[in-house]
Design a protein around this ligand. Sequence first.
Ligand code: ATP
Ligand code: MG
Length: 309
Amino acid sequence: MTAIRTENLCKTYGGGMNRNETAAVRMLNLEVREGEIFGFLGPNGAGKTSTIHLLLNLLRPTSGAAYLFEQPITDPKIHQRLGYLPESVNLHDYYNGRGLLHFYAALSGVPVSAREARITELLKLMNLEAAADKRVSKYSKGMAQRLGFAQALLHNPDLLILDEPTASLDPVGRKEFRDVLVELKGQGKTIFISSHILSEVESICDRVAILQNGELKRVGTLAELSAGKGAKLSVKSLPPPVQEALMATTAEVTFAGGQITIHCPTEALRQTVETLLRQNQVEIIRQENEAQSLEEIFFSTITPPPKLS
Ligand SMILES: Nc1ncnc2c1ncn2[C@@H]1O[C@H](COP(=O)(O)OP(=O)(O)OP(=O)(O)O)[C@@H](O)[C@H]1O
Ligand SMILES: [Mg+2]
């Protein structure tokens, strides 16, 4: 089953009398599978938060439709399976951390008998035990973010929608957060996460989508999106005639640490080099395909904004 599905989803802000329209989401067709961690990427203003607000039914689409677990997003029952962490966490700051979670636990229907244990468990998971009795107004940004995440998890939702969840966290907090997401995925949860931190997305996401100007540019696993940067072949020795033949190609030969590596920038060249080596009885001791990093995929996907003059 799909956890999220959109059909030609569009959102245009403004218009009407002032004609000042912004098409934030354009004909978006997206499918997020149950149980995956899905990264939602795109430059500032790409339409990520607008899409998330549409999925949460906080915004009405201009046209198109969206479904959570195959139910229309307008069905309030489906919201019980959803946890959400917004881009900027605004919490009632006259509570202390534990009190605030009790307030939200009551709102989200956690049974009274289960509340204390659930809240203690989440405070521990979010490393907030020491701050549990401190007023939220005294929390740092990162602490507020952690408390916001605990709040999103209170009712044990099946789907988590997180809008730039680690923006305020320190490096230790980010690592802990990634570990929590992987643990939640292990429990069968689906996680939809928008982020500008590509290394983070690369390390935890099963699939990613890249959005620009409200349009879906690419979607898939890293392996699917990687254009491939060719391959590296390692050999023990290279007879001079083979070296000469290689110099006539665009393959690059490096000698380092007693190892000879032939870097072939394209698949066609890899095949040619492999044939050449085999014909000359040169043993290939290792072959590695070189995939693009998410950063390389991202920059090759988005068109740069016009330069300011
Ligand atoms: N309430 C609004 N009224 C009018 N235009 C809006 C509104 N909210 C967003 N926009 C516009 O819609 C477009 C998409 O904005 P959105 O906030 O969805 O982008 P984003 O991908 O979340 O960006 P960021 O990475 O900066 O958070 C932008 O051009 C933005 O100016
Ligand atoms: Mg945003």
